[in-house]
Every structure is written in structure tokens, then in C-alpha cells.
Design a protein around this ligand. Structure first.
Ligand SMILES: N[C@@H](CCC(=O)N[C@@H](CS)C(=O)NCC(=O)O)C(=O)O
Length: 164
């Protein structure tokens, strides 16, 4: 279904779609069509901005490298200098998210939106990695807010960092 041989991919009555952010936008527009109108263009685009920031700026390649090191290295083999180097490389990006979450409870504003789906998945990994991250209080408070959501617990948080 996906020429890249990857997940996620959906088949919505014969309409095949891949790329996780495209799938989220499609499902949101399909289930709440009123949001996908010119009247809400700026709000939609703002959520879109944070989704793409999460995937294209935060995740690839720095966050991916950071979390995979912790997820796939047995704890007794972790090297402190390598862990610090990875942490230092993503600190400026995490600060951008933390600053944004100081201003609003969710990444694109006052309420949970589609933009919280890709970011929430990464913040779950972030919170499960045992490093001193006290400068990022807003990210931890955000994670607590996400944990109040049953679907977030069932679909994301219940899985271990190294779950495939
Ligand atoms: N940019 C794609 C990335 C898709 C991707 O890399 N999926 C991984 C899982 S997160 C996968 O299918 N890996 C299996 C493999 O590479 O064989 C998206 O956001 O959907």
C-alpha cells in the first residue's frame, strides 16, 4: 500500500494515504469538516506549522538520534558523555517547545489539537528518558496534561521507550 514499505498507511474505502501528518490532517478534516474551511485557515495552518516543526525540525534527525540511543542501548552500556552530547544537540529545540508551552496549555493554543498528536508522541519518549531536564518544566506539565487523556495513555504512554 505504501511504496516506501512503511507505516502508517490507511485505506479509507479505497483511498490510500501515507505520511503520518497527512493522515492526521485528513482524518481531522474528514471528521470535523468545519475546521477545514477558509474561516479557520489561520488556526488550521498554525496547527499545521507545529506538526511540521515537530516532524521536520525537531524529529529529523536530532530527536530521532537522541531517543534511539536511549531506547536501544542497555542502561549499563550508556556512556555519559555521549548522552550529554545528544542532549545538548536537542536542547535548543526542546526550549522552543517549552517556551511555546509556557504561553498556552497545548502546542497550538488553549485546547488539544491535531498538532499535539505528533508532538505528544515525542514528549512521551522525552519524559521516559532519565536525564536531568529541570529547565523544561513546561514540557513536563504538558505531559501531565496529555496523561489526563485516556486515548493518549492507551495509544502512547503505556508503551515502554523501546517498544517497537
Ligand atoms: N515520514 C514517515 C515515516 C514513516 C516511518 O519511518 N515509519 C517507520 C515506523 S515509525 C516504519 O515503518 N519502519 C519500518 C521499516 O522501516 O521497515 C511518516 O511520518 O509516516
Amino acid at each position: 500500500m505504501n511504496p516506501n514499505g512503511r507505516v502508517p498507511v490507511i485505506d479509507d474505502d479505497g483511498f490510500i494515504l501515507y505520511e503520518s501528518n497527512a493522515i492526521i490532517r485528513y482524518l481531522r478534516a474528514k471528521t470535523v469538516p468545519s475546521e477545514f474551511t477558509s474561516k479557520h485557515l489561520q488556526s488550521w495552518s498554525y496547527q499545521d506549522q507545529w506538526m511540521d516543526w515537530t516532524s521536520a525540525t525537531l524529529y529529523y534527525p536530532l530527536f530521532r538520534e537522541f531517543y534511539i540511543y536511549f531506547a536501544r542501548t542497555p542502561s549499563e552500556e550508556l556512556i555519559e558523555s555521549k548522552a550529554s552530547q545528544l542532549f545538548d544537540s536537542i536542547r535548543p529545540l526542546m526550549k522552543i517547545a517549552d517556551d511555546q508551552l509556557k504561553q498556552a496549555p497545548f502546542i497550538a493554543g488553549k485546547t488539544f489539537s491535531m498538532a499535539d498528536i505528533p508532538l505528544g508522541v515525542l514528549i512521551d519518549k522525552w519524559e521516559k528518558i532519565d536525564l536531568k531536564k529541570s529547565n523544561f518544566l513546561n514540557l513536563s506539565l504538558y505531559y501531565d496534561r496529555l496523561l489526563e487523556r485516556k486515548d493518549f495513555c492507551n495509544c502512547v504512554a503505556q508503551y515502554a521507550l523501546n517498544a517497537v
